[in-house]
Write a protein that binds this ligand. Structure first.
Ligand code: NIG
Ligand code: FE
Length: 387
């Protein structure tokens, strides 16, 4: 099968803007840019803006137990930790997820993924972490792997050590993860992630889990310096993590350490948006040469499926320039997942792209609150089209 997308007004290829061009695709792979080849199928982009599909590299898509009831507590000013103490938070979702069958988890996740695709996401990382015990963590990872087989977009599974179960100490649970969960989880997940935070896993415990994961050949990423600066981003540098995520509290020292070791900073601005806290210092990170990936962190605390909104928050709240934000949500996001076949529109790459209903990339941060996606193409196939 071959396909020509003609009449592109403006193209973002992952790094630069190219005006008035076309893309020729064969068997799901980009063959040329700017050459009007003969094709069986032609899509007229009608002078609109085209870009790579969004790579949402940090989500918790598989769970049961919505937390809409936390909204009023958030408005009252309760913190994430206070909400957890009142019976909300991760533990609430863990209880609901444990009760849910694989079928239910899969069905609800598919609805969420459909919403993501509608908004232009073509690659999605999904973490476990709402099961805690072996049976339920593996249940979630199996669901993620089934979604990976059945869905049209690329899905990347991650095992996440997320919280300490009530009937164990943190040290006991770390042993349990190493003995009981990791041997199986390592067969079902590409990455291992740890929520390194006060009241969750400390530096030593995180290090122990991640070292063990590395022995299985897993790559590691860390939820780091989100609510407190415990030095988790330094741990990320020390252990060779691909990415350190959140980083709301990371200071200059942490940023420099990460830059030295080329750890990607994955920023999730929807979280400070829903929790009404501070945003990470993206400008300082860029000044220090850090590469930034952007993601939704879709989870029951932060129900956001739309990467366009992440770009808007990045521009207005973190002072990222529109082109920086676009690159961070495509090419760098893909890099953080160690996927070099996606994230940009170049010869030889997988044909994952979006046609937007706007003439220029600047309209993405400009037109807030509406879905700008006209068509989503995955491996050269149309998987979503607006009416
Ligand atoms: O990345 N910070 C820890 N984990 C998730 C939130 C999980 C939850 O609140 O259910 C996050 O934001
Ligand atoms: Fe997260």
């Amino acid at each position: 099968m071959n396909l020509l997308i003609k009449n592109i007004g403006e193209l973002f290829d992952g790094s630069r803007i190219i005006k008035n061009t076309c893309i020729y695709i064969e068997d799901g792979i980009i063959k040329s840019i700017g050459k009007k080849e003969k094709a069986d199928e032609i899509i007229d982009a009608e002078k609109k803006f085209v870009m790579p599909g969004f790579v949402d590299c940090h989500t918790h898509t598989v769970f049961a137990g919505y937390r809409e009831f936390e909204i009023e507590w958030k408005i009252e000013g309760l913190s994430y930790q206070e909400i957890a103490r009142r019976g909300g938070g991760i533990k609430y979702t863990v209880e609901e997820t444990k009760k849910a069958s694989k079928e239910r988890l899969k069905k609800e996740s598919k609805e969420r993924i459909k919403e993501m695709i509608t908004h232009g996401t073509t690659t999605l990382e999904i973490k476990s972490g709402y099961g805690l015990d072996e049976k339920n963590e593996i249940k979630i990872l199996e669901v993620i792997n089934e979604l990976k087989k059945e869905e049209k977009i690329d899905i990347v599974p991650t095992f996440l050590a997320h919280a300490i179960p009530e009937d164990m100490t943190a040290d006991e649970y770390v042993e349990y993860i190493i003995e009981e969960i990791l041997p199986k989880a390592s067969k079902l997940a590409k990455f291992c992630d740890v929520f390194c935070e006060k009241g969750y896993f400390d530096i030593k415990q995180s290090m122990k889990i991640l070292r063990e994961a590395k022995k299985y050949g897993m790559d590691v990423r860390i939820h780091a310096d989100e609510f407190s600066c415990m030095g988790c981003s330094k741990l990320a540098a020390e252990i060779g993590a691909v990415s350190a995520d959140h980083l709301l509290m990371a200071g200059e020292e942490e940023i420099k350490e990460m830059a030295k070791k080329k750890v990607i900073a994955t920023l999730l601005p929807a979280v400070p948006f829903v929790l009404n806290t501070n945003y990470p210092n993206a400008r300082k990170m860029l000044q220090n040469g850090l590469e930034i990936a952007l993601a939704t962190d879709f989870n029951p605390n932060c129900y956001i499926t739309n990467m366009q909104f992440i770009i808007q928050l990045s521009c207005y709240k973190m002072r990222m320039k529109p082109l920086e934000a676009l690159r961070s949500s495509t090419l760098i996001s893909a890099k953080s997942l160690k996927m070099n076949n996606i994230g940009s529109i170049q010869e030889g790459k997988q044909a994952d792209l979006i046609i937007m209903d706007i003439p220029s990339y600047l309209f993405i941060p400009y037109k807030v609150g509406t879905n700008l996606v006209r068509m989503v193409i995955k491996r050269g196939e149309i998987i979503y089209q607006s009416e």
